[in-house]
Write a protein that binds this ligand. Sequence first.
Ligand code: ME8
Length: 515
Amino acid sequence: MKDTTKAMRYYVTTPIYYVNGEPHLGHAYTTIAADILARYHRQKGDDVFFLTGVDEHGNKVAQAAAERGLTPRQHVDELAPRFKELTRQLNATNDFFIRTTDPEHEAYVQRFVEKLQAAGDVEKRTYGGLYCTACEGFWYERDLVDGKCPDHGIEPVWLEEENYYFLLSKYQDRLSEFFRANPEWVRPRTRFNEALSFIEQGLDDISISRSSITWGVPVPWDDTQVIYVWVDALINYVSALTYARPGEDLVDRYWSVADHLLSKDILKFHAVIWPALLMSAGYDLPAGEFIHGYLLSGGEKMSKTRGNVLDPFVIMEKYGLDALRFYLFREVNFGLDGNTSMDGVRARYNSELANELGNLVSRTVSMIGKYRDGTIPAAPAGETLRDVAAKGEAMLRAASAHYGEVEITAAIESVWEYVRRLNRLVEEEAPWKLAKDEAQAGRLDAVLHGLAAGLRLVALAIHSVIPGTAEEILRRLGQERDVAAMLLDAAIFDGLIPAAVVAAPPLFPRIEAEE
Ligand code: ME8
């Protein structure tokens, strides 16, 4: 277990997404996950940097442009803003949005590959192999399924070129020693094992340039070739730190605390090729990588290439942003694969957001309005709900520890058990009955106070997942809303201010199924 009480630096990244089509739910997923982690770390007082962006070079993007009758440049200039817009609509608090066509990035990539060459790790060779343009990678015949790419279900094509090679094989021993010494470097453990066994099966050298396409960053010593899109893309994680804040170089501040978030489709690139490139060019390795699972739709991986994607914009339009953020991490255990559907979104929305959380907020605010003239009562001595207080503080500590371990779904589960505890409190204590008996005034104060104090803890603990809702709950309870007031580790049940509540329409109005 990590020490979650010390303020630290934290740098979280998402993959940079290919702009070969519109952004979809899979992209929204990783971006929201990174945002949850970034917000959580800010709530702990950490110095956070959060990077996302787009991968604009390579065959796949060039082909998508050609299919639309556009030049790659026209195509990416039209699509990159759509991805940036998604980031904004998701309420992601990224500190920078990188485009690999940024001139600063391109220049950095050239300097980086010059370092590989200076290290004696680059050689010119001819190679032929089965290439999947959707992966932008070669496959061995033995790994194909019915002759098709197992990830994309399309037939790879034979590609033969004279290219520059990176001598990945030289790094096999260093990589496996590094992995054995750092068993937490790739999480969860199943992915660590997968990467290690891949390394120990033996590594082939990899081609790091292409002569068949021109859409890319030129090889600095040979402008008939462009740098392989994956090398170009991986370097974004470092290059961005050199120009994200004009006039500042953030590499020393953040690089060694980088945590890469990605899904298992691109594990090999991140866990094998990337560390070897960094070793060769003389950089430290990132602090770690967390590999999450796939969002499935109809039981299959959602992907642009397969065309079975749910549209995050449609979900946000119908149910709101926080319903989307909540659903994805509540429904699918973060780290594992899980199915998603529009019916599933509606079911979670109605049962958990509308019925459980939304109603709890409405009832609490309206009962304080009705029985205590709209001001949260203090809890009379001896009447404080010790069990509710202790459970609330335990919930906060548990949720914080889970977020710290990237167990987002478990963090939400801790919060939700407590939401249910507060709902049971309403049923057990029946404030409408207490209100009829003057002798029970102290008990009623304690219950109303306990509900408000408990809900405040819920808001603090769920803030990183559904920030808009958490802030709105605090607003309705008349509590401070600035981030400083939301620091997790210092929060206690008794931190509630006996303020005036604000009545407002339901947080999550019920939504019925369409005919
Ligand atoms: O691979 N479930 O870009 P990409 C979960 N440009 N996550 C999903 C998903 C799904 N069904 N679909 C996509 C690339 N993702 C490269 C990355 S990084 C240096 C270069 C998410 O547009 C997930 O994070 O194919 C996955 O790893 C990533 O999008 C792939 O995005």
